[in-house]
Design a protein around this ligand. Structure first.
Ligand code: SAH
Length: 220
């Protein structure tokens, strides 16, 4: 559980954040808007105080409910693949810590995000309120997406899916993009899926990643 008392951004945090951003740039994140968003959203705010010292290393950390915050590079890479433009409607599956959600908001997206663990859903709400980002957060099963606000310009899945969920594809606009790690085991292939017509998609693969698995709704 994240305590809200340590939400202080010191010179030390800022310095380490700068270093991480340089590292991300060297690793191939060229979009300066994304790098600026990483500067504007302090990652240590999303972590337990115990991880404060390491918040700006390229690592994943436990965030409770058996889940992890994604590696900074993974967040930056998925965000870059999204090819976002201001005002786009984005559906995120796996709110988790809310860090990725805040990055999307900072980039001007209208964000709808689904999390299946109630404690994570609640703490993400608190941190988004702290930043005054008004993303719509839902507790539920991401496999079903959210038909109410469909279709979406972009869909971002931040957990490893066994296959491409058809309901999510249906909720994607024609011309829209879905970024989703797909694979049954511990590793997944990062896929960029473009919906070229109501019936057709085009898939491009972008390397291997390790995500926590996409599971169906739990009541915890
Ligand atoms: N974007 C998050 C990543 C968290 S890890 C972050 O930056 O912190 C992936 C998250 O997906 C976990 O919180 C997990 O509980 C959630 N998840 C897994 N299966 C899901 C499903 N079917 N629907 C919604 N969320 C799911």
């Amino acid at each position: 559980m994240i305590s809200m008392e340590h939400l202080k951004d010191t010179f030390k945090h800022k310095g380490k954040r700068r270093q991480l951003i340089e590292e991300l740039a060297e690793m191939g994140i060229q979009d300066t808007k994304i790098l600026d968003a990483f500067n504007a959203v302090p990652r240590h705010f999303f972590l337990d105080l115990a991880f404060d010292e390491q918040a700006y290393t390229n690592m994943a950390f436990q965030i409770g409910s058996g889940q992890t915050i994604s590696h900074p590079f993974t967040v930056a890479f998925q965000t870059q693949l999204l090819e976002l433009e201001k005002g786009m409607k984005v559906l995120e599956i796996g709110t988790g810590s809310g860090f990725q959600t805040c990055i999307l908001c900072q980039l001007g997206a209208r964000v709808y995000s689904i999390e299946r663990h109630q404690p994570l859903h609640r703490s993400a709400r608190r941190i988004l309120d702290f930043f005054k980002f008004n993303a719509s957060l839902f507790f539920g099963d991401g496999y079903k997406g959210n038909k109410v606000y469909a279709p979406y310009d972009r869909i971002l899945v931040t957990c490893g899916a066994p296959d491409i969920p058809q309901e999510l594809l249906q909720q994607l606009k024609v011309g829209g993009l879905m970024i989703i790690p797909v694979g049954e085991g511990a590793e997944q292939k990062m896929l960029k899926i473009q919906k070229t017509s109501e019936e057709a998609i085009q898939i491009t693969e972008f390397g291997t990643f390790k995500f926590v698995p996409m599971l169906e709704r739990t009541v915890k």
